[in-house]
Design a protein around this ligand. Structure first.
Ligand code: GLU
Length: 906
């Protein structure tokens, strides 16, 4: 079957000559997955779309193996170019049988070494052979003298063949095998524990890993002395946090290179979009990524070989003529997938694999080396298990810990009896060390050191830094800021608190409200918008009023047949209506037509909201006395003439000013240095000066928080000047750092550090005295608060405009019929009249005796009549022009004009 026939050879050449641009276009790829494998199904849909294939997918229930063959027969009827199989195990065997018969490429993405000799298979999962080599080398590297292979029932041990040979060949290597069967592995694991097995190789599908770990933990097989190698490359896609701290050594493999794999990140993003999840690349299962690579293998092969899809039937003994050549190209084509380079052996099994060796450590998952082209390269020695645990390293040791008596980090305990040793102290850091000692089981002895560490020009350090450097103390814990200078001299643990420099100042006296405080209710922006809204609405009202047919009313109701109509929406009237509503006074102008009524109602609604908001807030603005701060930021403080400022001498705060490149900070530093009274030895002193004098204290935000809780007249002004953290100091390269870091992280994750902070900041030693300060400052109403009302107004106006335009068009249409003129003529006339925005009377047009205007075209008298009517229109727009009122024919009209003018309320 493998060899190519003459016909195949010809086909191959034709294929080679064709360079297919849209390789996947119009080709159908089949996929078979388990119903509950939603990720695989999504990956299949996504990947086929990516490479322009048409996809046809079938899903089967787990355990329903017989259905599988029917699905395959069903699929091949559609004329597929191959089937991607996400099921594995026995089910794959059935798929393989049909694919073999019909010569359709069958691509697997799971470990399965049953069909290596069959021609129509391609497996993207690393071959058992590759695994055997990697495992063998890793075990030799670890120096195991004995180990147990744990495998899940039904799983083939093809990946651990070589290990059995290890047992045979090396006399001092003991290899045993245990099968994990059923749903409960505990019995087998207990038996392994009783036999004192400590090293395990676990060969199980990825969905069983968690159960194995869980049951091993329950029976006590995840302790310091235990070591595991998991074969599944999905081990590190799981959340292993709960196993991190037990001391067990867990090693595994990863097929994808996540470090610089842009494709993997993109694929994850696409997959997240497809599935609606938010996973990270390291959480995606290997098989799901292999689906992409499988589709790519088809795509790349089709670029080189032309194939003709064929509808096949399982009932006939047909086979696909192009199947074997396509598969040959897929096997020999060297391409790069997301799971690195895809190379296959003659049996379609993936070879030359590159695996990343991963290890679970208390600090998380770590890459420790690589298996590449048959070579194992471990970049750091695998530490003997015992050294990694806290037990042998810190347990039962006594350390000298430096603390400072800086509130609230450390206090001298108040007691009637004389206290000794560690009992003399209390405070946040004292409790923190106690918690750490419980976790790491060490003892400690406190020593007081109130100087933290300053670097002098001669390169020498003092304080805690010097003592730690000289190994006079093991740890330093206080409000010990991690700075780059200190970090060069000693090591710090991971931060246990973050902060920044702030300004502490006394609360200024309250000032009475200002004369125009009623204006402050709305921000300037809102006032301006209101003004524009009123002007805009005035214009809209006039326009809408003029084009609304119903707004033109008979000014003298006693004249039945008036010559003139008048309109109340003059500029003055419109403005009066608007202002009347704002002032809640109303006006006698009442819109008649639908559109002006609508706009007026929306305006009333708008004014209701604005006036209610204004009056609701006004009282507060007229009565509340405000804090008027003498400065609001560090620049203003610098420019202030009568306020002095300072910080703690020799601390990281003053050093921040010393080292800053900012000109203002530099000048402030010189000023602080030249005024010795401004720099203090202790934050407590800075606080009492700030309370008594015009003095602003630069202090770390954590300390400001502490003092604000106890000195209610103090507040923090402005933003923080920087961000930094506190850590525990220890000597450079300390072997305890890793353990202290892990323990601190554990305390953080458990929320213990926050609990301690709440106790020492808000409860003990006078905490909670000031309560929660109410924000008395009344909030001004800005455009953000009022924008909704403006939007309603705008939408209402637009609707009104639309309705009035329709109304006008309808009127124009009717007039054009009545006077038998064109619609366009009437529209232009109407708009001309409306847009002149002057003249609030409109003559009544009458049907002329002779009929239409066209009919009158040749009649000079009728023309005069028309002309006169038009001139009336235009002259009416200029009220000073009275010529038409003298016409005897328009005597009643002049009367109506007079009434109309009386009705204009300007
Ligand atoms: N945390 C500072 C330090 O580590 C002391 C306090 C300060 O400078 O504000 O030096």
């Amino acid at each position: 079957m493998v060899c190519l026939t003459g016909a195949m050879g010809t086909l191959l050449w034709i294929g080679l000559l064709m360079v297919s641009a849209g390789a996947g276009a119009d080709m159908t790829l089949g996929g078979i997955f388990y119903e509950d494998d939603v990720d695989m199904q999504s990956a299949f849909n996504l990947s086929t779309r990516m490479y322009n294939f048409t996809s046809s997918m079938r899903t089967v229930q787990r355990g329903q193996i017989l259905e599988v063959s029917e699905h395959v027969c069903d699929l091949v009827k559609e004329g597929l170019i191959g089937i991607i199989d996400g099921t594995g195990g026995r089910s794959s065997e059935h798929i393989q049988a049909v694919c073999d018969m019909l010569e359709v490429p069958h691509v697997l993405v799971q470990h399965n070494d049953l069909f290596t000799a069959n021609w129509s298979i391609l497996n993207l999962y690393p071959s058992g052979e590759a695994y055997n080599t990697a495992l063998e080398k890793l075990i030799i590297h670890k120096g195991w003298q004995s180990f147990t292979v744990l495998y899940v029932k039904g799983h083939i041990l093809g990946r651990v063949d070589n290990l059995f040979r290890l047992g045979n060949e090396t006399s001092d290597m003991i290899v045993s095998v245990r099968e994990l069967s059923g749903e409960d592995y505990r019995d087998v694991l207990i038996e392994a524990k009783e036999s004192e097995f400590t090293n395990f190789v676990v060969d199980c599908p990825s969905q069983n890993i968690e159960l194995v770990l869980n049951h091993s933990q329950q029976v006590g097989l995840l302790a310091d002395e235990h070591s595991y190698i998991f074969l599944s490359p999905d081990l590190f896609t799981l959340d292993l946090t709960q196993y991190r701290y037990g001391g067990v050594n867990v090693t595994g493999f990863r097929l994808m290179d996540l470090k610089q794999n842009k494709k993997m990140w993109e694929y994850t993003a696409d997959l997240n979009e497809e599935t609606g999840q938010t996973r990270e690349p390291e959480e995606i299962k290997t098989e799901v990524v292999l689906i992409h690579d499988a589709v790519k293998v088809f795509y790349e092969a089709l670029k080189k070989v032309a194939v003709e899809p064929q509808e096949l039937s399982c009932d006939n003994y047909d086979s696909w003529a192009y199947g074997s050549s396509l598969l040959n190209f897929m096997r020999t084509n060297k391409i790069n997938g997301i799971t690195r380079q895809l190379l296959f052996d003659g049996f379609g099994q993936r070879t030359n694999i590159n695996l990343e060796i991963m290890e679970l450590t208390p600090a998380g998952n770590q890459s420790i080396g690589e298996f590449n082209n048959g070579l194992l390269d471990i970049q750091r020695p695998v530490l003997p298990v015992a050294q990694l645990t806290s037990e042998s390293i810190m347990k039962n040791k006594t350390f000298i810990v430096l603390i400072s008596t800086t509130a609230p980090y450390g206090y001298i305990k108040e007691s009637l009896q004389e206290l000794e040793g560690n009992d003399r102290y209390e405070g946040f850091t004292v409790d923190l060390i106690e918690e750490l000692s419980k976790l790491l089981e060490f003892s400690y002895e406190f020593r007081e050191q109130n100087k933290y560490g300053t670097l002098y020009a001669n390169g020498k350090w003092d304080g805690m830094v010097a003592e730690i450097m000289d190994e006079k103390a093991d740890f330093g814990i206080c409000d010990f800021t991690i700075t780059s200078d200190r970090q060069r001299a000693i090591d710090f643990s991971v931060p246990f608190m973050t902060l920044g420099i702030g300004i502490l100042y006394k609360e200024p006296s309250k000032q009475p409200p200002e004369m125009f405080s009623f204006m402050a209710v709305f921000s300037t922006e809102v006032w301006i918008w209101m003004l524009f809204a009123q002007i805009g609405l005035g214009v809209v009202m006039i326009f809408v009023g003029r084009i609304s047919h119903k707004e033109w009313q008979n000014p003298v109701p006693c004249i039945e047949d008036p010559d003139e109509f008048s309109n109340q929406f003059s500029f003055a009237n419109s403005v009066w209506l608007i202002i009347g509503s704002v002032m809640q006074q109303g006006s006698e102008i009442a819109p008649i037509a639908l559109a002006p009524r609508m706009i007026t109602s929306v305006w009333w609604f708008f004014t209701m909201v604005m006036v209610a908001s204004y009056t609701g807030t006004l009282v507060a603005f007229l009565t509340v006395e405000k804090n008027v701060l003498p400065f609001t930021n560090v620049e203003e403080l610098y420019r202030h003439k009568s306020i002095s400022y300072g910080a703690k001498k020799d601390g990281s705060t003053i050093n921040f000013f010393r080292d800053s490149k900012n000109e203002i900070y530099q000048k402030m530093y010189s000023k602080m240095k030249s005024n010795p009274g401004w720099l203090v030895t202790h934050n407590d002193i800075a606080v009492s000066i700030a309370e008594e004098k015009n003095y602003a204290a630069f202090m770390e935000s954590t300390s400001i928080e502490y003092y604000k809780e106890r000195h209610c007249d103090l507040l923090q002004i402005g933003e923080l000047l920087d961000t930094k953290s506190y850590g525990i100091g220890m000597k450079k390269g300390s072997e305890y750092k890793k353990h202290i870091d892990d323990a601190l992280l554990t305390l953080k994750e458990r929320g213990d550090i926050q609990k301690l902070k709440d106790i020492w900041w808000k409860e003990k030693r006078g905490g909670g005295k000031c309560g929660v300060k109410r924000d008395e400052e009344q909030k001004q109403l800005t455009l953000r608060n009022m924008v909704g009302a403006f939007v309603v107004l705008g939408v209402g106006c637009l609707l009104g405009l639309l309705i009035s335009t329709l109304d006008m068009l309808w009127g124009v249409f009717k007039r054009s019929l009545k006077y038998q003129t064109t619609f366009q003529y009437e529209l232009v006339e109407e708009l001309k009249f409306a847009l002149t925005f002057s003249g609030d009377v409109k003559p009544v047009r009458r049907r002329l005796t002779e009929g239409s205007s066209e009919a009158l075209a040749d009649d000079p008298e009728a023309k005069d009549e028309l002309k006169s009517l038009r001139s009336v229109r235009s002259s009416d727009t200029h009220r000073t022009h009275h010529s038409h009122s003298h016409s005897s024919r328009h005597s009643s009209r002049s009367q109506s004009v007079a009434f109309a003018r009386m009705r204009s309320y300007d």
